[in-house]
Design a protein around this ligand. Structure first.
Ligand SMILES: [Zn+2]
Length: 151
């Protein structure tokens, strides 16, 4: 049988593991507050776990947040972000494919019309710039066309 003192010590140890240091939450409106003590003298910042602060939105008491609540909250916030990321990656991939196709069209246009560099107009400069940016692709097309011409 544990003594009262060792039971209290054990409760303190377990509480330190259960709650996120310095994190408080309003159960009414989900407002969250991180309380910290800042020491100007030593330059340290430590968690402040003293109760008594009220929610600035609805004046309700703030409650400590358990590690499990914080973990669940993070997962809840992460899920829509993960979906958005997946959707954005698909969109980026689609746009990259579109850019690649456009560059190939420009390169093919340049080859088929013997479009020379040195045009003074803006379109010419743009096409030249695109061709320079995608020199390898252009070179492959040029080689493909040379093979075609040999036949
Ligand atoms: Zn509130």
């Amino acid at each position: 049988m544990l003594s009262d003192e060792s039971l209290l010590r054990r409760i303190e140890e377990l509480e330190a593991l259960v709650y996120v240091p310095g994190l408080w939450r309003c159960t009414k409106c989900d407002f969250q507050l991180i309380q910290a003590n800042m020491s100007a003298h030593s330059g340290t910042v430590t968690a402040r776990d003293e109760p008594g602060d009220k929610c600035p939105n609805c004046d309700s008491p703030l409650w400590r947040v358990t590690e499990r609540q914080a973990g669940n909250n993070l997962i809840d916030r992460m899920e829509p972000m993960q979906e958005e990321l997946t959707s954005l990656r698909a969109e980026a991939s689609r746009l990259q494919e579109e850019i690649n196709n456009s560059v190939e069209c420009v390169a093919a246009f340049m080859l088929s019309n013997s479009y020379a560099t040195g045009h003074g107009d803006d379109v010419g400069a743009l096409v030249t710039e695109l061709a320079w940016q995608h020199k390898e692709r252009l070179e492959r097309l040029r080689q493909a066309q040379e093979k075609n011409d040999d036949r």
